[in-house]
Design a protein around this ligand. Structure first.
Ligand SMILES: Cc1cc2nc3c(=O)[nH]c(=O)nc-3n(C[C@H](O)[C@H](O)[C@H](O)COP(=O)(O)OP(=O)(O)OC[C@H]3O[C@@H](n4cnc5c(N)ncnc54)[C@H](O)[C@@H]3O)c2cc1C
Length: 416
């Protein structure tokens, strides 16, 4: 345990911030070091399921975990406030309620929607980046479903994982309603395939599922501008829509840092493989907001599984090296082993160790990871489900054995 007297301030209680604060609290001496966690919300959001709030398969409350329940009994002091500005030269954070000093600062404020400067996109479309956004979409969809007098188009711009999951869930909601014949879900994608960057086998399987749900997909379709209820594509096509949802781009959350530090064009804070920023030794960034290159030289994608691993890595380094003023030995290095996408209220498809999984197996993997993820949230530590996503041989074997046991007991539950 370290005994140095430091105040560590963590901005954002998303996947990165929660894991970092709970994990770090178990590693640092309680009496000497102070860990402060700040977020505008007093709950942690389970982002992977927010499309199910938009489609009414989950309530907003089901996806909000009170931060107090996650940090209970830990050396973490939570402040609910809006973070306005970071002033690195004074080691100071400006909050709505006043200023706060830090010795070490970790910025994990996540991401926001990127509109590519397309005219009207930010004004006439809805984003889906929080439970709040999802609830607003749900209100709109509910009105559309209850309107039996008109035909409606719902348009989702972007066929990445968020657009696909949202489109599938909305189509399922609509198909279960008496008004299904009047409403069509459309997904607009700028490139030639859905799920850019994913394995071709997963793309094909997912496209089959979307077609079965009656979703219309527009490939190679670039949005030129958006007006109220109308989308104009570069190829001249105009699509009228009762609701347009924008999932096409992600950028780093725009936090004011004065003087500024190095960021990418997409507003992500540039960090090295040790999570450190270029300009300040005591400022780090992890999660969606951090732009860190992997061993192949490309940026890690904005995914919860990356945020969680960076948090655990940084907690180790913080306790072992940084607060003692030393440099860490090992770089962060992670290879994505598993990716599962939700394609309906209870349907999944994905890739595990290069095998395509769908149907009951994919569903079981998703349930397994979610259930055990909830347990690891409180400790910030590794557990067996998270191991399914780990790179080392031991973790993979342990995860395999536990998953087999989980599947067996689930099977028994079904028989009973
Ligand atoms: C619809 C959807 C589905 C997704 N599904 C998956 C999935 O299946 N698998 C996967 O790996 N990833 C998924 N992701 C991505 C995943 O949610 C992110 O990678 C992850 O949330 C990043 O964690 P983070 O801690 O960096 O940011 P976040 O989890 O976004 O946390 C940022 C925190 O900062 C707080 N905050 C921001 N600005 C301020 C401010 N000014 N003041 C105070 N607080 C502030 C926010 O309230 C939030 O709590 C999905 C994302 C979306 C939108």
């Amino acid at each position: 345990m370290s005994t140095l007297n430091k105040r560590i301030v963590i901005l954002g209680a998303g996947y990165a911030g929660i894991f970092l604060s709970t994990n770090l609290s178990s590693k640092l001496d309680k009496d000497s070091n102070e860990i402060i966690l700040i977020d505008r919300n007093n709950y942690h959001q389970l982002m992977q399921e927010i499309h199910l709030v938009a489609s009414g398969f989950r309530t907003a409350d089901q996806l909000k975990i009170p931060i107090s329940s996650l940090i209970q009994g830990k050396n973490v002091h939570f402040i609910q406030d809006d973070i306005k500005r970071i002033i690195p030269d004074k080691n100071l954070i400006s909050l709505n309620s006043g200023d706060i000093k830090y010795d070490e600062l970790i910025v994990c404020l996540g991401s926001s929607t990127k509109y590519f400067n397309i005219p009207g996109a930010d004004k006439y479309t809805l984003p889906i980046r929080s439970i709040y956004d999802a609830s607003i979409i749900h209100d709109h969809i509910s009105k559309i479903i209850s309107d039996e007098n008109k035909k409606h188009n719902i348009v989702i711009v972007g066929a990445g994982a968020t657009g696909i999951s949202l489109g599938s869930a909305l189509a399922e909601m609509i198909n279960a309603s008496p008004n299904k014949g009047n409403i069509k879900v459309n997904i607009i994608e700028a490139t030639s395939t859905i799920l850019p960057g994913w394995d071709i086998r997963v793309k094909n399987k997912t496209e089959e599922i979307l077609k079965d749900k009656g979703i219309r997909i527009f490939h190679n379709s670039l949005v030129e501008r958006v007006e109220e209820r109308t989308l104009f594509l570069k190829d001249g096509l105009e699509i009228n829509s009762s609701l347009i949802i924008w999932t096409a781009g992600v950028r780093g959350y725009n936090i004011d840092i004065e003087p500024t530090i190095d960021k990418t064009n997409d507003g992500r804070i540039i960090v090295n493989e040790y999570c450190q920023t270029n300009q300040y030794k005591n400022i780090y960034s992890i999660g969606d907001l951090a732009a860190m290159k992997n061993s192949k030289g490309t940026l890690y994608p904005p995914l919860a599984q990356i945020a969680v691993r960076q948090a655990r890595y940084l907690a180790d380094n913080m306790a072992e090296y940084y607060i003692k003023g030393n440099e860490p030995k090992e770089k962060f290095d992670y290879e994505i082993k598993a990716q599962i996408i939700s394609v309906g209220s209870d349907e999944y498809v994905g890739l595990l160790n290069n095998y395509v999984v769908s149907g009951d197996l994919a569903k079981m993997i998703d349930e397994f990871t979610k259930q055990t993820y909830m347990k690891s949230l409180k400790t910030g530590g590794k557990n067996i489900s998270v191991n399914l996503y780990e790179n080392d041989f031991f973790s993979q074997v342990m995860a395999g054995i536990t998953f087999a046991g989980f599947t067996f007991f689930k099977g028994l539950e079904k028989l009973a």
